[in-house]
Ligand binder design. Structure first.
Ligand code: PMV
Length: 324
């Protein structure tokens, strides 16, 4: 038997960084997905092949690289952890062949590791004839995300599991947002890889040196996210665009933008985007632009000169799995 599962990546529409200090963030799943295929194999080894061009095999704590050398372990370990979590939860042993194909670029803030973890958990569950509940998939995806992000807020695995859009607030948790139609967005990938943790530390320093100013920005961030929730419900793209621009101004002030992000944001706005901002940790990674449908192509063409454009739609579709 073979089991397959796929899960979506995400973009943060509003509230990154300020969410760390208690402001709400708005996050949505996108129609870029990670797909994981699993099959049983003899013995106890978990063999993982990834379309990043790397492969390796875990036999208990021993790791053997098949393609890419010993440093591939760090990249494949979270996938092994995801599979192990399910096997332990179901009280099952045995070997696995895992194939990962991801349409979500890695390390640029689009939630690729979360989507891979969620899809791996769902696929392994399916292989053993269990259609895990979404709550179980979410719970079992925590350990692999912890391995990658150290202190994950849980946003990525939530959105990859459930799909759709959510309002996330540190102390109040997650609230699903019923957005009727997909939002027309374009993602621009600078290709500059960065670690979210480094950017979070940079903001912490900035906050320490500019406490009063930061408090004021927090209030603005809070207001922007609240207004954005209402605008999303009304499908008011014009207002959403304006709020994105305002949000970008705050992110620029706390110094998490990057000249390439600024250039791409400017290019998108000039080509007719209603709003544009960085998405995720910043310092490189990706930006997003919201554009009316008839301007999407112009925005893509304009972004092409600066970054790699990724046309994407927001989606309601969370994790799905099947076996045959
Ligand atoms: O770049 P990403 O997708 O890892 O997003 C980081 C979002 C932050 O608000 C900067 C950090 C966090 O844990 O919420």
């Amino acid at each position: 038997m073979i089991a397959v599962a796929s899960a979506p990546g995400k973009v943060i529409l509003f509230g990154e960084h300020f969410v760390v200090y208690g402001a709400p963030a708005i996050v949505t799943a996108i129609d870029r997905r990670a797909k994981v295929t699993v099959e049983r194999r003899d013995g106890n080894a978990i063999k993982i092949v990834s379309d990043l061009g790397i492969a390796g095999s875990f036999d208990d704590e021993r790791y053997k690289s098949i393609i890419g050398g010993p440093r591939t372990r760090e990249k494949l370990e979270p996938i092994r952890i995801a599979a192990r979590e399910v096997l332990e939860d179901l009280g099952i042993g045995g070997g696995l062949d895992i194939l990962v194909r991801s349409g979500i670029p890695a390390a640029v803030g689009l939630g690729s590791s979360g989507a891979i973890a969620v899809a791996t958990v769902a696929a392994v569950g399916r292989l053993f004839g269990r259609k895990l509940s979404r709550e179980d998939i979410f719970r079992l995806s925590y350990e692999p995300e912890k391995f990658v992000h150290k202190y994950p807020s849980g946003i990525d695995q939530t959105i990859s599991t459930y799909g759709g859009a959510i309002r996330y607030e540190r102390d109040k948790g997650t609230k699903p947002l019923r957005v009727k139609r997909p939002l027309p967005i374009v993602i621009g990938n600078t290709g500059i890889l960065r670690r979210t943790g480094d950017l979070v530390a940079r903001v912490k320093r900035w906050k320490g040196e500019n406490q009063e100013h930061f408090d004021q920005l927090m209030k603005e961030a809070q207001r922007i996210s609240e207004l954005a929730v209402e605008a999303l419900m009304r499908e008011d793209l014009l207002e959403l665009g304006l709020l994105m621009n305002e949000n970008q101004r705050l992110l620029d002030t706390i110094e998490v933008s990057h000249p390439m992000l600024d250039k791409a944001i400017e290019a998108a706005r000039k080509a007719g985007a209603l709003g544009a901002k960085l998405t995720g940790g910043g310092g490189g990674g990706c930006m997003i632009a919201l554009a009316p449908l008839d301007k999407i192509e112009a925005v893509v063409r304009s972004l092409e000169k600066v970054v790699e454009p990724i046309a994407a739609k927001t989606t309601k579709k969370g994790v799905i799995s099947l076996s045959f």
